[in-house]
Design a protein around this ligand. Structure first.
Ligand SMILES: Cc1cc2nc3c(=O)[nH]c(=O)nc-3n(C[C@H](O)[C@H](O)[C@H](O)COP(=O)(O)OP(=O)(O)OC[C@H]3O[C@@H](n4cnc5c(N)ncnc54)[C@H](O)[C@@H]3O)c2cc1C
Length: 488
């Protein structure tokens, strides 16, 4: 594979992948690299999945601009890419006069940002809308245009569309340093050798400030802010139709209780500053802080159906706003830096704006033709009985249910392995198909998924990993062990 490309994107989160998709519409070679072994392995896989309406960001900030523009793009983008998205609405609840002031403030910010339909409602209306809410809550900001999305499924779809249109993806490529050479090209030194490009785009999330500072005399600084969650199994009936927020604070948008697009219930996140952005462990202290706040919103909460906990790390730039555009004093270099919340909501708009700037300043010419997006098949569990029968007739692998909790068939796993950005490890299959996302968390299906990956790709079973690198699942075969025993 060549180490020279026109455009190099560092970071395969939702921002890097959305940008790659936009740039794939131009006649230039584009390579996206990520230190992880799949796309959506950073903040883009572990967040609340809320498409914020845009009432929280300070009017005039980049966060406000891109959040509102991005939220407007979501319905058509998710329809086009077949990504689960629902405009379920939200309530921001208040418990005191001080909270009422905060809600009034959010209302006027939202109106200044152009968010439609916002209004403050009283207790009766609030409880009529959401009967499980704490009756001690006095009022709430009603946000009809708030939405929910599957953040990693969106990232996979963006990446697949980019790959179909010629973008190359390389994983396990940790970028150590970036510099601009005397001929104007960039030298990007990585764990897999040196790469060269004419245009460099830094979408490296937690590393974005460190890489920026190697290119510019204007310096930025990122604080890594971890958020921990509880994920509850799918209940027979959702406790809340909408996302329920408490009033935001300096540390973020506060703890929420929200349905997910797959019908689970999400509780969190905490907000704690940490040193290592790769430290995504969950702690008793962090989870307790989440539950303390959740009980205030939802006194009837029970953790009996908790199926997993996880955490994600926000990249908070210390000025408090996004940094997007050309890198100061470094022609040919661009960035999307410090993209914390509402970064997911803003991603489609950030990608469009950045691509427009790059294509204009670098005189990129539009590609003569675009390969249409190949929508993944409807999941078997969502098909009607007639559709299931038809699918089974056309492909008998639909008859083999691999993940019983989430009803994922062998056909869907095989399709995920052969997507344009292929799923080559257990977690990659899990996030694309939901095999292992249910109550048993992969206890039953992981070995079967490993065998299918091995069969489909020719990768020896012993080399199949949980999430790439050296995260091997198996240490040897029983016959090898018997052989070793015979020799001793
Ligand atoms: C707890 C939490 C809750 C959130 N909730 C919401 C929400 O509800 N709504 C919303 O709009 N936003 C939310 N966000 C924000 C949103 O998740 C982020 O803004 C968005 O995912 C940022 O995308 P990104 O592509 O910039 O970063 P990332 O997804 O982190 O991607 C950056 C990529 O760069 C790679 N990388 C880093 N360093 C290097 C290197 N040196 N070499 C190679 N690759 C590198 C990483 O592996 C990673 O894949 C939340 C974030 C968190 C953490």
């Amino acid at each position: 594979m060549t180490n020279v490309t026109d455009i190099l994107i560092i970071g395969g989160g939702v921002i890097g992948c959305a940008l790659a998709r936009e740039l794939s519409r131009f006649s230039a070679s584009v390579l996206l690299v990520d230190r992880a072994w799949d796309v959506a392995e950073g903040a883009s896989k572990a967040n609340s999945g809320i498409v914020h309406a845009g009432y929280d960001a300070v009017p005039g900030s980049l966060k406000a601009k891109y959040n509102v523009e991005g939220a407007q793009l979501y319905p058509s983008l998710c329809e086009e890419l077949s990504v689960p998205y629902r405009q379920c609405g939200a309530l921001v609840v208040g418990f005191s006069e001080e909270d009422r002031d905060t809600l009034e403030d959010l209302l006027s910010r939202g109106e200044a940002n152009g968010v439609p339909g916002l209004r403050i409602i009283g207790r009766d209306e609030m409880l009529a809308l959401e009967p499980q809410l704490n009756p001690d809550a006095c009022f709430a900001l009603l946000v009809p245009t708030s939405g929910i999305v599957s953040p990693y499924e969106l990232t996979f779809a963006l990446a697949d569309d980019a790959a179909l249109n010629g973008v190359s993806f390389r994983f396990g490529v940790d970028v150590h340093s970036v510099s601009r050479e005397s001929d104007g090209r960039f030298l990007v030194s990585t764990s897999q050798g040196d790469l060269f490009c004419r245009i460099l785009v830094n979408c490296a999330g937690s590393s974005s400030a460190a890489l920026h500072n190697q290119l510019s005399s204007v310096k930025y600084s990122i604080t890594h802010r971890r958020g921990q969650y509880y994920l509850l199994d799918r209940p027979a009936a959702l406790p809340f139709e909408r996302t329920i927020f408490q009033c935001p604070s300096r540390m973020g948008k506060g703890v929420l209780v929200s349905p997910t697009v797959h019908g689970n219930v999400l509780l969190g996140p905490s907000a704690e500053d940490i040193d290592d952005p790769l430290n995504t462990e969950t702690t008793q202290e962090g989870l307790d802080s989440v539950m303390e706040k959740v009980r205030l919103t939802w006194p009837g909460v029970s953790l009996r159906t908790n199926i997993t906990n996880f955490s994600g790390v926000r990249a908070h730039e210390d000025s408090g706003d996004f940094v997007i555009g050309a890198v100061e004093g470094c022609p040919g270099a661009y960035e999307a830096l410090g993209i914390e919340s509402p970064g997911l909501s803003s991603a489609p708009a950030i990608a469009r704006a950045l691509c427009a700037q790059i294509s204009e300043e670098q005189a990129l010419t539009p590609s003569p033709e675009t390969v249409p997006y190949r929508k993944p098949a409807v999941p078997f569990r969502e098909m009607t009985p007639e559709e299931q029968e038809k699918a089974l007739r056309e492909n008998p692998l639909y008859g083999n249910v691999i993940c019983r909790c989430e009803v994922v068939t062998e056909a869907e796993i095989v399709q995920a392995i052969h997507r344009p950005v292929p799923a080559l490890h257990i977690d990659a299959v899990k996030r694309r198909t939901r095999a292992g996302m249910g109550r048993c968390q992969g206890g039953f299906c992981s070995p079967r998924v490993a065998s299918i990956i091995s069969r489909e790709t020719g990768i020896p079973l012993l080399e199949i990993t949980k999430n790439g690198g050296s995260s091997y699942l198996l240490t040897g075969t029983l016959s090898e062990r018997a052989e070793r025993k015979d020799r001793t």
